[in-house]
Design a protein around this ligand. Structure first.
Ligand SMILES: [Mg+2]
Length: 246
């Protein structure tokens, strides 16, 4: 399982009668952009998700580290289940986190100041924030050191490493935790979990799908608990489109 994912096979066709589908957003459904607000949403994507959700009896969810309101804006036209903020926010089920930690604003202010001083990009999120160093990857050590001190001072938040960014999110939430909650909804009953994602934040969820009778699909290179692999977001979009047309 720890071989380079490039050696792993492509996933089999989705079974609309037996599978449940969980899809990461950035780096999975859409290509990673130079800035998080610059992602390009293929025009057909919301419709494909909507049609596939209907075909699966509603057993489809987008599961992302993004803020929920951003996902809703990006995927306008898809009205199905969505998990945001790494499992803390939800649309279509009870939100796992009811209220942001009290010191959210103080945390975001400190992250914003650091970003301005250091010439980095601060992304404010519903329940936390991210410091992006994609424009200058050599800044990673400073960002990591700073977020570690913040996580100590703001214990309601946990560090979430991401691609070319370090994030602070509410402690105690995760994508695999979201799968546990989602699969208790009636439309998931008896279905096999299929999870697709590209990042370290997806690994526990990919492993969860593998351990619960379904399978994972790793998008892009890198070690993964997933048994299947696709090279890039356009490949999974083709796979989804094929499942809609079947
Ligand atoms: Mg991702």
């Amino acid at each position: 399982m720890d071989d380079l994912t490039g050696k792993k096979p492509a996933p089999p066709a989705l079974d609309p009668d037996g599978d449940a589908l969980f899809l990461d957003f950035d780096g999975c459904l859409v290509d990673i952009a130079p800035r998080p607000d610059a992602v390009v949403i293929p025009e057909s994507l919301p419709q494909v998700l909507a049609r596939l959700s209907a075909k699966l009896g509603g057993a489809l969810a987008v599961v992302s580290g993004r803020s929920l309101h951003e996902l809703e804006r990006f995927l306008l036209g898809y009205d199905g289940l969505m998990i945001g903020s790494h499992g803390a926010e939800a649309r279509g089920m009870t939100p796992p986190l009811e209220e942001s930690p009290d010191d959210l604003a103080a945390l975001q202010t400190e992250m914003d100041h650091f970003a301005q001083q250091q010439g980095l990009l601060f992304e404010k999120k519903s329940h936390g924030g991210a410091l992006h160093f994609r424009a200058d990857p050599s800044r990673q050590p400073e960002v990591e050191a700073f977020t570690e001190t913040l996580a100590e001072r703001f214990p309601a938040f946990a560090i979430q490493p991401a691609k070319m960014a370090v994030e602070l999110r509410p402690d105690g939430f995760s994508k695999d935790g979201a799968l546990v909650l989602l699969t208790q909804l009636p439309q998931f009953s008896g279905r096999m979990p299929v999870y697709a994602g590209d990042d370290t934040t997806d690994e526990p969820a990919l492993a969860w799908a593998e351990a619960h009778g379904g399978f994972g699909i790793k998008i892009g290179d890198g070690k993964s608990a997933a048994r299947y692999h696709l090279a890039e977001p356009s490949d999974i979009r083709d796979w989804l489109a094929a499942a809609v047309e079947e």
